[in-house]
Design a protein around this ligand. Structure first.
Ligand SMILES: *Cc1c(COP(=O)(O)O)cnc(C)c1O
Ligand code: SF4
Length: 452
């Protein structure tokens, strides 16, 4: 049975013995409606049923207080929640350790008054997706890809959502007629090979609804891959059922990009959800958003990315926070992302390193940003630096080095400049861990200067 969110309204705080945060009874004199006895609380079977999780999402400030009585002296969230809706699955709420903004899960899920403070340069749709919609509900920005907004519903509304103007304001799904229009557009534009099913969260749809979308899009012969963008493995892992995996498998190649932001989201449940999808032959990627106070430290991103590859999820993008209204309090400096990328490269398996991207305002699309590894360049040599600070002259192919007659070089002190004509091919930091290790294992041989 699918319960309406109204029945969830009166539900007491669902319990899961080991993980649930403080379980105080409501304070005496509290005016909360008394709990409805209809939902068997704490029954593991219900807890593991994704429809129960959906029906019992925390949607109102009253329900939130029932979950976290310690918030009762805080601001009234009613106006905020009517502007930017709230929904939190009981599962995701159970990952909150402390009901305060120092807790990363709390910050991503529980509305905060700062959402209403907007500097003037922000807009509801900075990516201008609305202008790239040839068919309502479909964004066609890049030549070979199109993005379908399959539903506006999510199981949990991320406070940092970039589609805050869409997600959850009305919980609707794509109609058959709309889907038909989209399929026709795809048919008329055979250059589109990659269709991204997004939203909202498409995995909040019933399996038969999702199958209707996948099968219709699969009928277009020019569509090669279908991607699903979903946060369900993170916030509603119970949704990844054998039944869903069997359905998805019929429409391969299907790729899934999910959205883990913090190592605390890597739980036994989310690990199992990823495992089931991977076992169903779905390659998994992850798109994280860099969020102030949540994951904007290099060590956190490192731990997250290590955990992801261990779970067969390839870190794909790390996004700079968009210039969207209502998420400004999450935005970091761009330089923070560059520092993080500087830290990861060399330290972490290349498989675990995402690409840091800025989804540019004015519909500019995703632009990769990374530390500068190219130090300087002449027609014959390019000077590169590695993560340790070692400078290496990389010579161009031989024909091109036979250029104009060499001019005699003036006397000069050594420097990067000498690498541009090959006089020096390497400059290395004396103190690097790696060189110290090399000296220990091979004291004489490996440190000769020049080409090795
Ligand atoms: C992100 C995005 C895509 C996919 O881009 P990739 O770089 O291929 O992952 C496609 N269309 C739109 C509108 C997007 O925002
Ligand atoms: S799941 Fe995605 S679309 Fe839904 S609120 Fe989170 S970021 Fe936005």
């Amino acid at each position: 049975m699918i319960m309406t969110s109204d029945s969830g309204e009166a539900a007491p705080k669902p319990m899961r013995p080991a993980e649930i945060v403080e379980d105080e009874p409501p304070p005496s004199g509290c005016t909360l409606p008394s709990p409805a006895p209809a939902i068997p609380i704490g029954s593991p079977k219900k807890w593991d049923d994704w429809r129960w999780q959906m029906a019992n999402r925390i949607r109102s400030p009253q329900q939130l207080l029932r979950f976290f009585p310690e918030l009762r002296n805080g601001s009234d969230l009613t106006p905020l929640v009517s502007k930017y809706p709230m929904a939190i699955t009981p599962y995701y709420a159970s990952l909150i350790h402390e009901a305060n903004p120092g807790d990363p899960i709390f910050q991503m899920a529980v509305p905060q008054m700062q959402e209403l403070i907007d500097p003037p340069f922000l807009s509801p749709d900075p990516l201008e997706e609305c202008h790239d919609m040839p068919v309502p509900g479909m964004v066609h920005r890049y030549p070979d890809r199109a993005l379908v907004i399959a539903t506006t519903m999510c199981s949990t509304y991320c406070r940092h959502c970039t589609r805050k103007r869409v997600a959850g304001t009305r919980e609707t799904s794509i109609s058959k007629r709309r889907l038909e229009q989209i399929a026709e557009y795809l048919q008329q534009h055979p250059q589109i090979h990659d269709v991204i099913i997004s939203g909202g969260d498409p995995l909040t749809l019933r399996t038969d609804q999702l199958e209707m979308i996948l099968s219709r899009i699969r009928q277009v012969p020019s569509v090669q891959i279908i991607r699903i963008g979903t946060r369900v493995p993170v916030v509603l892992p119970q949704r990844i059922t054998e039944n869903l995996c069997r359905m998805i498998q019929k429409y391969h190649p299907i790729w899934i990009n999910t959205h883990f932001n913090h190592p605390r989201e890597l739980t036994p449940e989310s690990t199992q959800a990823c495992q089931m999808l991977a076992n169903a032959g779905v390659p998994l990627g992850n798109q994280s958003v860099l969020l102030k106070g949540i994951n904007d430290r290099p060590q956190i991103i490192e731990e997250l990315c290590r955990g992801l590859v261990r779970n067969r999820v390839r870190p794909y993008y790390l996004y700079q926070c968009d210039l969207v209204r209502g998420v400004e309090h999450f935005r970091t400096r761009l330089s923070r992302g560059i520092e993080i990328m500087e830290y990861l490269r060399g330290r972490l398996s290349g498989l675990a390193i995402p690409l840091f991207v800025v989804d540019a305002p004015h519909g500019g699309g995703k632009i990769p940003v990374l530390p500068t590894y190219l130090v300087t360049q002449s027609p014959t040599h390019t000077v590169l630096r590695n993560y340790e600070g070692m400078l290496i002259a990389y010579p161009e192919p031989h024909e091109e080095t036979m250029g104009p007659v060499e001019e005699p070089k003036p006397e000069s002190s050594p420097g990067v400049w000498e690498m541009l004509d090959g006089q020096n091919s390497v400059i290395r930091p004396e103190q690097s861990v790696r060189l110290t290790r090399r000296r220990q294992c091979c004291p004489a041989g490996n440190l000769s200067e020049g080409v090795e």
